[in-house]
Design a protein around this ligand. Structure first.
Ligand SMILES: Cc1cc2nc3c(=O)[nH]c(=O)nc-3n(C[C@H](O)[C@H](O)[C@H](O)COP(=O)(O)OP(=O)(O)OC[C@H]3O[C@@H](n4cnc5c(N)ncnc54)[C@H](O)[C@@H]3O)c2cc1C
Length: 309
């Protein structure tokens, strides 16, 4: 069986403390959903990521790169292969004037604190997004009129062919929750962001305002993966779902949030199947009522059986 061979080979390059087997993915996702991953690796260097991916490829073993698991829905049966989680150990950052360097696994909240303390403005939008820098580049994460595309200078990437390359912002084709990283299966290793000197009082004021908005409008007290659908052109997904009469709609322990209909929340022990069934139900209702096709923003990991998002 490949996991055992893969495990033996991984142990030659990666300390055992950074490898887990049969690891429950619900402990690594903001949804608190997901069965066991065969193997989970917590690399602390670019070399360890490269070695892990190389070993997986040599053994035809599936692998998946994750940040902080805040945009993921992982199958109830888990993942047959290797999950590479950057959020634990790949979190170096440094600031030189207006230039900010960060490794893929640093949390946006931590990075934004450092950026603010350096008196730099332009990263306030990212403060409340619970993911990592690598995940934010992959998703071109954004909020309150800002997005990663506005501040990214370059990203260093591992290509599917095993090369390490540095791509400029424009080459990464950052669009609305899309990027070349997703399209080509690139792995973000580290990045440089650029900001401007700003007025500390105004920066703090904007952070307060955005934090307040999030607290009042988002169900932060319940597990979720943020907005479940992308914003359809000309509409807001949450508004359409609300107008379709689906506020609070529940399948199993997955529920359309009472507070923000664009979120699906886990109100107890929701399964991935509960969430998928609810997504499909919402999609059908919104399509029937308004003729709008909602597209999921979340990424589905592992085998979901016959049910398709
Ligand atoms: C309460 C809440 C609020 C949220 N608010 C926002 C918001 O305002 N704006 C917003 O845009 N999002 C928001 N999100 C969604 C989520 O936080 C973002 O999509 C975030 O960018 C995901 O980062 P992550 O590290 O958690 O990635 P993960 O969820 O771990 O992965 C997401 C995708 O990124 C890929 N990925 C992760 N790391 C890398 C890497 N190093 N290299 C290549 N690919 C990688 C994964 O393969 C996967 O396809 C919210 C989520 C929650 C739970």
């Amino acid at each position: 069986m490949y996991p055992q061979e893969v495990l033996e080979q991984l142990k030659k390059y990666i300390p055992p403390s950074k490898i887990k087997t049969n690891e429950p993915m619900k402990d690594h996702t903001s949804f608190k959903i997901g069965g066991p991953a065969d193997i989970m690796v917590f690399p602390s260097s670019i070399e360890e990521i490269v070695a892990t991916v190389e070993i997986c490829k040599q053994n035809s073993c599936p692998y998946f790169i994750m940040g902080n698991g805040t945009n993921l829905l992982v199958s109830d049966s888990g993942y047959r292969g290797v999950i590479v989680k950057t959020a634990a150990n790949m979190k170096d950052c440094s600031i030189d004037g207006e230039r900010v360097y960060g490794q893929a696994g640093i949390l946006l909240s931590t990075l934004s604190k450092n950026v603010i303390e350096a008196g730099l403005e332009g990263f306030e939008f990212a403060h409340g997004i619970p993911g990592t820098l690598g995940g934010a580049v992959a998703m071109n994460a954004g909020a309150y009129g800002g997005e990663i595309k506005d501040v990214l200078k370059w990203a260093r990437l591992l290509t599917p062919e095993g090369d390490i390359k540095t791509y400029s912002n424009s080459r990464l084709k950052l669009g609305y929750r899309s990027s070349l990283v997703q399209a080509e299966g690139l792995i973000v290793l580290d990045c440089e962001l650029v900001f401007k000197k700003g007025d500390r009082k105004q920066i703090d004021e904007r952070i307060r305002e955005y934090t307040q908005l999030r607290k009042s409008k988002q169900p932060l007290h319940l597990p979720s993966a943020g907005s479940i659908f992308k914003r359809p052109e000309g509409y807001y997904a949450g508004k359409l779902i609300e107008q379709a009469g689906l506020r609070g709609k529940r399948i199993g322990d997955a529920q359309v949030s009472e507070l923000h209909c664009g979120f699906i929340v886990n109100v107890g022990n929701a399964t991935a199947q509960d969430v998928i069934s609810l997504i499909n139900y919402v999609k059908d209702e919104v399509r029937d009522k308004f003729g709008v096709e909602l597209q999921p923003e979340i990424k589905v990991v592992g085998d979901m059986g016959r049910i398709k998002v």
